[in-house]
Design a protein around this ligand. Structure first.
Ligand SMILES: [Zn+2]
Length: 335
């Protein structure tokens, strides 16, 4: 994969034409990934990343709002902005087919041009002694705003609480941008719901603005916060047919309203799915790949029943998303 040359451009301003530029046209302004350093009153910078996934436009739109705001307000704190996977943004896809996912390249030690790019960004950000790091993403499925956080350190939880009352404490998947940044400063992945929704873009912008104005970490959440740990991700066998319609043929049947369970606790003993042809079409796997299906589910007749109280998240009925990633996660509340 050494065929691709990836360059990191450095800028000290946001181009004026951003206001009129859609995320898919990002390469007209940023032909390559870029780091933009903006100086503010407090010199310890906030790191914000956008378009780490090319079709998740919330970060780009939030930066446009920030740019408009900056026209009338001095920047209270310095910023380092990373414009991520511009090639995927141009294609309006999560990543460029056949190339690494830009949110799996941050562990260090990889040998692709994408890994080297992430290493370069990480070293620059680390050297700047960042105040906090926010990676802005969208997702599929009906989820409330929530964030991924990587330690239960109070400052990290405070950052999470500025965005959402839901915190998912996780090290999975490995190699995410926010987990790498969490080694230097409070860091979250802000999951801002569906792309293209004005309220989600506003929430992302407000988070950035709040942190820019924050003077220091108090060491406690600012608002009530539910912290969840992930028991496992639910995978559907590639050869199993799934259905979201009662009575339709398939191997495993879920309710059409499956996504409504996201971030609502499902009690032990409740039915999660129906197995129409026996077999084991659904598997639950921990972040290290351990099979924990039997810890999470039991079978009662043709029903797959939860063994413990679980809060699902990122459930989706989008079959492409399920096949490419997973059905969703099972979480337990820890705080
Ligand atoms: Zn994403």
């Amino acid at each position: 994969m050494a065929d691709l040359e990836l360059r990191l451009d450095r800028l000290d301003h946001l181009p004026g034409a951003m206001a009129r530029t859609a995320a898919k046209d990002v390469r007209s302004l940023f032909p390559e990934s870029a780091l933009i350093t903006l100086e503010g009153r407090n010199k310890q910078p906030l790191f914000v990343s956008a378009l780490v996934h090319g079709n998740e436009t919330v970060g780009w739109e939030a930066l446009k709002k920030l740019q408009a705001w900056m026209a009338h307000h001095p920047l209270p704190r310095s910023l380092i902005i990373f414009i991520g996977n511009v090639r995927a943004a141009e294609l309006q896809t999560r990543m460029v087919p056949g190339r690494p996912d830009y949110n799996r390249i941050w562990l260090g030690g990889g040998n692709t041009p994408e890994h080297r790019l992430a290493d370069e960004v990480k070293q620059i950000v680390k050297a700047a002694n960042p105040f906090a790091a926010i990676d802005l993403h969208n997702n599929t499925g009906a989820n409330p705003l929530y964030a991924l956080v990587h330690t239960d350190d109070p400052a990290h939880l405070q950052l999470n609480s500025l965005f959402s009352p839901h915190a998912m404490l996780t090290h999975n998947p490995p190699g995410t941008c926010s987990e790498a940044m969490s080694a230097f400063c409070p860091a979250i992945t802000a999951e801002c719901g569906h792309s293209g929704v004005a309220a989600n873009e506003e929430a992302a912008f407000n988070l950035v603005l709040d942190v820019l104005h924050l003077d220091h970490w108090r060491g406690a959440p600012d608002r009530p916060l539910d912290v969840y740990t992930v028991q496992g991700r639910m995978l559907i066998s590639p050869d199993a047919a799934m259905t979201f319609e009662h009575g339709a043929p398939g191997d495993i049947e879920f309710p059409a309203s499956l996504e409504k369970w996201n971030f609502f606790e499902r009690p032990a003993g409740s039915t999660f799915a129906r197995l129409l042809n026996g077999g084991t079409p659904l598997r639950v796997e921990t972040e290290t790949g351990q099979d924990v299906t039997d810890i999470c589910f039991s079978r009662e007749g043709d029903r797959l029943v939860l063994k413990r109280d679980f809060t699902p998240s990122m459930l989706t009925v989008n079959e492409d998303a399920i096949r490419a990633d997973c059905l969703g996660y099972l979480m337990e509340r820890t705080g």
